[in-house]
Design a protein around this ligand. Structure first.
Ligand code: ZN
Length: 274
């Protein structure tokens, strides 16, 4: 059971219905204690105004979504990614985020070289980390389900992400999203390996059977097949004390519903099936 005050609303969950102000006010109405904005929502209102609104409503910020997308076909593309990640670090600092979540990127256009893409990711995080350390902003690598290896993230398991953390040193950890890692036979072991030091964020939703869209058909907790309480117990037992972030991309269902109904439902599900 997760009390409302320990829930974080990832703004993607009501992306089609609400702007950042409406998300913040919705959290207040439903007793939700934290928020995780996407950068597009922040950009709409301006980062400073977003930070002010979040602060005025007393919300914690469980993470900023997102930095990353490091691999590129040429040096100019790689530099543009580094510049954007530096801006993302600054935005995360401005809103007081626990971490900047990294969706690391997939194969560059025209490439079939996954090892090279993964090296580009590691190099990109290393460069971003140099700056992030100076402003005390932790970076959280989010391993994505392998179905996204081509276009979104070539880091696909907790083991891979933690190996990268080991290679990179202080200031980088992982964002564990149950949607991406629930299938992994090594999951419990890798959560224990991560421990409190490397578990920076915990995202929940559910895996629907069947899943109709690879990106935009995530389920509400309890509507799918992920043993979410088991995973939550593992992260808690291994020292994670952060907020439980609800992140649901749902084009044909939850994005079409009254957002107050969405928030009421996720609060109820966090109490009963998370
Ligand atoms: Zn996530």
């Amino acid at each position: 059971m997760v009390a409302p005050d320990r829930i974080s609303l990832n703004t993607a969950t009501v992306r089609q219905q609400w702007n950042l102000r409406e998300c913040i006010e919705g959290c207040s109405r439903h007793g939700i204690g934290a928020i995780a904005p996407w950068r597009d929502k922040l950009a709409e209102c301006g980062v400073d105004e977003g930070a002010r609104m979040i602060h005025d409503h007393g919300l914690r910020v469980s993470g900023l979504c997102r930095g990353g997308m490091f691999p590129a076909a040429d040096a100019a593309g790689r530099q543009a990614a580094l510049d954007d990640n530096r801006r993302a670090v600054d935005e995360a600092v401005t809103i007081g985020a626990v971490c900047l979540v990294l969706v690391v990127g997939g194969l560059p256009a025209g490439s079939k070289d996954l090892p090279d893409a993964r090296q580009q990711v590691q190099d990109g995080i290393a460069a971003t980390l140099e700056y992030a350390r100076t402003v005390d902003m932790p970076l959280a690598i989010e391993p994505l389900h392998p179905m996204y290896a081509g276009d979104r993230a070539c880091v696909n398991t907790m083991r891979q992400a933690l190996d990268m953390c080991d290679a990179l040193g202080e200031g980088v950890g992982v964002a564990l999203d149950v949607y991406h890692v629930w299938w992994d036979p090594e999951l419990d072991h890798q959560i224990a390996r991560a421990g409190a030091r490397n578990l920076l964020a915990f995202h929940v939703c559910d895996w629907l059977v069947p899943t109709k869209d690879l990106l935009l058909d995530r389920g509400m907790m309890g509507d799918g097949v992920i043993d979410i309480p088991h995973i939550r117990r593992q992260v808690t037992a291994n020292g994670f004390t952060g907020d439980v972030e609800v992140e649901i991309f749902s084009q044909d269902n939850w994005w079409r519903q009254d957002p107050d109904h969405v928030l009421a439902t996720l609060v109820e599900r966090c109490a009963t099936v998370v």
